[in-house]
Design a binder for this molecule. Structure first.
Ligand code: PMP
Length: 409
């Protein structure tokens, strides 16, 4: 990959922050957008804007075609069997709430169990707590080992005939851990449970084949995949989606409405009530195509190099400044390019502010994983998360900044 050529496609990266060249290491929160995505948004509003699916005019036809083109690209991107199994949402959060409120409301009963992990984002905890409370179902949690891997030895004890749903993050936004979802899916299916995979952090880093992995539900956010905010994907197996009740009622999701009763539309439209986020869905196609063009294998190889440079650099700093000068949180063997850390005796927010003064954008805090932070007995971390447009020089600049802080103590 030619990183300079890639960076030329991301105009936002070429600016100064606090008088220093911007170094954007907050990619797990949201990724930057390539020019083609930005242009597609402008083109849509300048040339094509119309409501979709029911219009008898040229602009409506064109917009509908572009909107449905994105659905086809999503299908190929995740290797879904059918394009109708790909539903547009506004993001991972909405996708999980949709499943909890539709599949969950229909299928969970008192005493049933929903299994999640200790490293879930709040968006894969709270919707399950809500529906479990309503139904009298029980939320169970797969523990996390000190290095940030799941404690798989506990799996057999946690699965039971009452397990109805396993909702598991593919890659942790706080730790970077890539979870062994194949094993979890097999075990879930063996007891007849359905699996929802939170692909928020996996989408941009890991190749996805929902059929090969036998995933029942997968949720993605466009904005973490170099696309616009406000677009997400919910994949579900046709057999499951057809049996679930709709999420919201309104236009588009119906076949026929009368005051006596309503019949619902086919999937995917049954779950897409109202005017969707047309322009952003259309632009999202170009983000997926950009990732396809670079190739996930090339992306993974480069991001691993960035991550390894950073972790090796920190280990080197610890050799000079003391073993616990910088604590790495999340040292699993199999990781995406996300690294949480803490400087000894320094609040993560202070570290973040000092890095910001040098133009380096990192995230600080609990990363919407408060139960996980509690498990590590910390309030939060500093998190650097890398993308394919980051350079080794940027990683070295971050390491140099951290060294300066250690020297100053
Ligand atoms: N799950 C994970 C692992 C995430 O990283 C995020 C975003 N930080 C979410 C869920 C929620 O995604 P969104 O805010 O796009 O709905």
């Amino acid at each position: 990959m030619n990183i300079q050529e890639i960076r030329a496609q991301f105009p936002i990266l070429h600016q100064e922050v606090n008088g220093k060249p911007l170094i954007y290491f907050d990619n797990a929160a949201t990724t930057q957008k390539p020019l083609r995505v930005i242009e597609a948004l402008q083109e849509y509003y300048q040339l094509h804007n119309a409501n979709i699916h029911r219009g008898a005019h040229a602009l409506a036809d064109r917009s509908t075609g572009f909107f449905e083109d994105t659905r086809k690209v999503v299908q190929t991107f995740i290797h879904a069997n059918e394009v109708e199994e790909c539903i547009f949402t506004k993001g991972v959060t909405e996708g999980i709430n949709l499943i909890a409120q539709t599949w969950g409301r229909k299928n969970l009963q008192a005493g049933d169990e929903v299994l999640i992990t200790h490293m879930e984002h709040h968006s894969n905890i709270v919707p399950w707590q809500m529906i479990c409370a309503e139904k009298g179902a029980i939320l169970k949690v797969i523990p996390v080992l000190p290095n940030g891997e799941l404690d798989l030895n506990k799996l057999d004890d946690l699965f039971s005939v009452r397990t109805k749903m396993v909702a598991c993050v593919w890659a942790s936004n706080a730790l970077g851990t890539i979870n062994p979802i194949e094993e979890i899916i097999q075990k879930a299916h063996a007891v007849g449970a359905v699996v929802l995979i939170d692909g928020a952090q996996a989408g941009s880093h890991i190749p996805i084949n929902v059929q090969q992995l036998d995933i029942d539900f997968l949720v993605l956010s466009g904005h973490k995949l170099y696309g616009p905010t406000g677009v997400g994907v919910l994949y579900g197996k046709r057999a499951l989606l057809e049996k679930m009740p709709p999420y919201q009622g309104g236009g588009e999701m119906i076949k026929e409405v009368s005051f006596e009763g309503t019949t619902y539309n086919e999937i995917p439209f049954k779950y897409e009530a109202g005017t969707p986020n047309i322009g952003d869905v259309i632009a999202f196609k170009y983000a997926l195509e950009y990732v396809n063009q670079l190739g996930k294998d090339n992306i993974i190889a480069w991001e691993n190099q960035l991550l390894n440079t950073f972790t090796k650099g920190v280990i080197g700093l610890n050799q000079t400044y003391g073993e616990d000068a910088i604590q790495l949180i999340g040292t699993a063997k199999n990781k995406v390019a996300v690294q949480s850390f803490l400087l000894k005796n320094k609040h993560p927010f202070d570290t973040g502010m000092m890095l910001d003064a040098l133009g380096i954008a990192v995230r600080t805090g609990h990363h919407c994983t408060q139960p996980l932070m509690k498990r590590y007995e910390i309030e939060g971390t500093v998190r650097a998360s890398f993308a394919f447009y980051n350079t080794l020089e940027e990683v070295e600049t971050l390491l140099a900044a951290l060294e300066k802080m250690l020297k100053r103590r």
